[in-house]
Design a protein around this ligand. Structure first.
Ligand SMILES: [Zn+2]
Length: 273
């Protein structure tokens, strides 16, 4: 036994993960979700379940509840507060109601627990984070760009890599897909689909999708929730005192780079390092 440095890998032994997050459940999501499907990408779409059909302006109209199953097939739904209030400003009772009732309605629709949330207007404080935790959320996205590919240290304060309008978007994509991977890398892009109509720049997201798809062999394309579940399974690994045995009590296979190379710790199994 010598010095060791185990590294988390993604499913299939990959070093790179790509995820997307789009907010508000607007009618332009039909086009965006179809684009993600076409290129085999996964996104978490964050909806305000108290605002179906709401018209904010000519270009910003939320879709009806009956449209969401078809629109978001194969993607993930996340919460974005019932009425999109700035949750750090409306008092604790309404803040709690916006979080819990939104989650309950979305879960009644999808018949699954919802894991991800996105902060309306990107605003939050510690009370909001605490309330999300109590509601059973595992992750919540901010609007702060890191410009990096790190995994979230605190998923309930999850800073993405960048917005799609970041002038460095394709530079980051290239660095992510073709640069060296010393550890696990996560490229996380967010935005609103109505922005593509407003700025007439659908080409920006089309170019990104085509580029990621071109390099898809080396990239785990996952929803936010899939990434969270995988990180949980990794955190749950059990190690023997001498590090020679690693057990995986979870229901997901977990991959590590060990001295001997990329190694799968199968769900429910135990391997020798
Ligand atoms: Zn929003």
């Amino acid at each position: 036994m010598g010095m060791r440095f185990d590294t988390l890998l993604f499913p299939g032994g990959l070093s790179r993960a790509f995820t997307l997050s789009y907010d508000d459940g607007v009618t332009q999501d039909h086009r965006l979700a179809a684009l993600f499907r076409q290129y085999g990408l996964k996104c978490t779409f964050n909806l305000n379940s108290g605002m179906y059909g709401h018209k904010f302006s000519e270009g910003v109209i939320r879709m009806e509840e009956k449209e969401i199953d078809e629109c978001y097939a194969g993607q993930e739904l996340g919460g974005h507060a019932l009425y999109h209030s700035a949750l750090d400003s409306v008092g604790k009772p309404l803040m709690a109601y916006e979080i819990i009732e939104d989650k309950r309605r979305l879960e009644t629709h999808t018949q699954r627990p919802i894991l991800m949330f996105a902060y309306p207007f990107g605003t939050w404080n510690d009370d909001v984070v605490e309330q999300l935790k109590m509601a059973g959320y595992e992750g919540a996205r901010t609007v702060v760009s890191t410009g990096s590919f790190t995994l979230p240290k605190d998923p309930l304060r999850w800073d993405p890599t960048c917005h799609h309008n970041d002038p460095k978007l394709m530079e980051l994509a290239k660095q992510f897909a073709e640069g060296p991977a010393l550890g696990p890398m996560l490229f996380y892009v967010w935005g609103h689909a109505y922005e593509f109509d407003g700025m007439q720049n659908w080409n920006v997201i089309e170019e990104l999708c085509a580029y990621i798809a071109e390099h898809k062999e080396g990239i785990w394309r996952c929803t936010n929730g899939e990434l969270l579940r995988y990180m949980k399974a990794h955190n749950a690994l059990e190690y023997s005192a001498d590090g020679s045995m690693i057990a995986n009590p979870s229901a997901l296979d977990v991959w590590l780079r060990l001295e001997k190379g990329a190694t799968c710790i199968p769900a429910g199994g135990c391997v020798r390092a």
